[in-house]
Structure formats: C-alpha cells, structure tokens
Design a protein around this ligand. Sequence first.
Ligand SMILES: CC(C)(COP(=O)(O)OP(=O)(O)OC[C@H]1O[C@@H](n2cnc3c(N)ncnc32)[C@H](O)[C@@H]1OP(=O)(O)O)[C@@H](O)C(=O)NCCC(=O)NCCS
Length: 162
Amino acid sequence: MAERLVLRMRRSLTAPVPAPSWPDGIRLAAFDPDHHARDVHALLVAAYARGGGEVAPYDAWLPALTGDAEYDAALCFVAVDDRNAVAGVAQCWTSAFIKDLAVRADHRRQGLGSALLLHAFRRFRERGAPFVDLKVDSDNPSGALRLYRAHGMQQIEAYRLP
Ligand SMILES: CC(C)(COP(=O)(O)OP(=O)(O)OC[C@H]1O[C@@H](n2cnc3c(N)ncnc32)[C@H](O)[C@@H]1OP(=O)(O)O)[C@@H](O)C(=O)NCCC(=O)NCCS
C-alpha cells in the first residue's frame, strides 16, 4: 500500500471568526448518540470510502467515541436536513481538535463543510482555545486540504504513515 503524507493543520483563534452561512434547509441538531450515532457512522464510512480517513466498525467506533477522555457530545456538531437526516458532521475533541469532518455526498459543494468548520472554530474560540487543529491527508480526494487553507488553516507538521 502507498504511504500517506499526513498534515497537521492549525487555525489561530485570536481574532474573531466569521459567522457560518448554512445552506437552505440545513440546521444544527444537538448530538444524541441514541438518535444520531448510526447515521453519523454511516456517513463517515461513506465519506472515507475513497480515502481521506478511516473509521472502525460501528460496534468498536461508538464506545471508542463516547468513552474517550476528550469526548463531549456538545462538540459533536451534527447538521441535519429538512427530513432530520444527518447531512454533515464535525466531531471534535475537547483539546480543540477536529477529529472528523464529513458531508453527505448529495449535500456537498453547497457550503456545509465550510459552515461546520466555522461553527467549530467559533465554539472553540468561545471556550477560550487559542487555536484549533486537525489532520488531513495531503492527497485527500475530496479537496479537504483546499477547504482548510481557504479558512485560514496552516500546516504546522507533516509526517508519513505506511
Ligand atoms: C471535505 C468535505 C467535508 C467538504 O464538504 P463540502 O460541504 O463540500 O464543503 P464546501 O461546500 O464548504 O466547500 C467545498 C467546495 O465547494 C465550493 N462551494 C461552496 N458552496 C458552493 C456553492 N453554493 N456552489 C458551488 N460551489 C460551492 C467551495 O468553494 C469549495 O470549493 P473548492 O473545492 O474549490 O475548494 C466533503 O467533501 C467530504 O465529506 N469529504 C469526504 C470526507 C473527508 O475527506 N473529510 C475530510 C477529512 S480530513
């Protein structure tokens, strides 16, 4: 298998962050594992099917998520459509780290990924974090690296994984 070049990106939060603009019909919902976990997991599996990230099988993923010392349901930002179906997610750790960002394929390129990103930045700024980080494959097939750079994220580290 080819090596992956993984970039750690950082966004300073010292200055105010622009307000997100949500696509029509999309709203944030409070993450309730009993209600949303299966759909969020299915979204991550589909979103990473062509690369860009990895997700464990559901029965391992859910306890690893909710049992993590850095888990906070309030930092799992779920966007739902007008049928209450999960359209996107930004799952973050309390250390001001965006663990997963994914948008359902039929909702992409409408600004939802940007809105989730800006929302996460603003929430971490409100919590007093000086910056927010994430990791991205340098060759992410859905253009995530471009999205992050467009929102002020800068590379602070790069390393290769087998
Ligand atoms: C990366 C990802 C979250 C982006 O989600 P998204 O909702 O498509 O993001 P946005 O719509 O905000 O931006 C994507 C592109 O659409 C463009 N766009 C935004 N609104 C638009 C609109 N109304 N009309 C046309 N284009 C638009 C953006 O300018 C951006 O363009 P670019 O590709 O030239 O940079 C999504 O592609 C995804 O889920 N990928 C798979 C999972 C993944 O790899 N996640 C990242 C892990 S590190």
